[in-house]
Design a protein around this ligand. Sequence first.
Ligand code: DP6
Length: 359
Amino acid sequence: MVFEFDVQTISKEVAEASFSWKSPSNIALVKYWGKSHPQIPKNASISFTLKNSHTITKIDFKKKAESDKVSFDFIFEGKKKDDFKPKIESFFERIDAFCPYLKQYHLTISSENSFPHSSGIASSASGMSAMALCIMSLEKALNPSLTEADFNKKASFLARLGSGSASRSIEGPLVIWGAHAEIEGSSDLFGIPFAGKIHDNFKNYCDTILLVDKGQKQVSSTVGHQLMHNHPFASQRFEQANENLLKLTTILENGDQKAFINLVESEALTLHAMMLTSNPYFILMKPNTLEIINALWAFRERTQSNICFTLDAGANVHVLYPKSEEKMVLQFIEDELSRFCEKNHYICDEVSSGAEQLL
Ligand code: DP6
């Protein structure tokens, strides 16, 4: 049987080609935390695709004699970076069966992030999706009959094999990844754009990322995911996430901002509750993470703003708010929250429709 993601046809010769993509990071509203091999999530998740936090990757492909492994050089922000090679090597091993043509090329991969490398912002979603998109551009050159829908689906499928959340960075503004019984077309293998109607209240959302701790995390996401195996609350958590996702799809359609805030903040705290109750347990929040949350709650109480927060697997706080409140919220961040950030740094981001091809 031919698997959907096998290469269907190669009808063109490509001796040399260069492709470049700008691919964004994303922020999950319902979190993916827990997976099984190979990168199969234990529950469905949904995220806003971001814009300004992105990776730009260019791959130069040059045809050569076929080898047993993909041959490549990796240049990060202008410098050859061999310490990133093992992660990329294992990505190539995972996608080998679906992109066998890669072994007939030498790849020169040049990558840069819009955010500082040591900002505590995970670059795996933007980095892996950008790389998957460049590879798909080569596949499209080899097989021009590939449709845009199949291109995006396979790009998300490949990106997922690099990093789970990367599957949600191809399209926007909201992407669901993970098979959900009540969401048509949802799959564990790739992300799909949220197909429901999005209420005006949730269009053009902003995300200001407060950089509380730019250091290396003490526990990586990979280890965190593993600790969900034999976690005492795992099955309840996976069930809850799927229920929350369904609730959120209704909220996105009916525009209920209070319900949105409640669900999104609860998801963030539940993610960290899973870390607190893992064995071994760990804490990724810092004192300033809690200072920010408390100040944000007080501000919301005082102003009736629709601001809320979410967290990823680290100490940084993502402050989410509608574009209509941008001026007031940015003033609040500058006056009251920036002091809790390392060197007062924060990144203003917003929702986008996904990755863009540059070359
Ligand atoms: C907390 O996608 O970084 O950000 O699949 O091992 O690469 P791997 O993990 P990763 O995990 C992201 C976890 C999260 C929640 C989310 O983005 O849904």
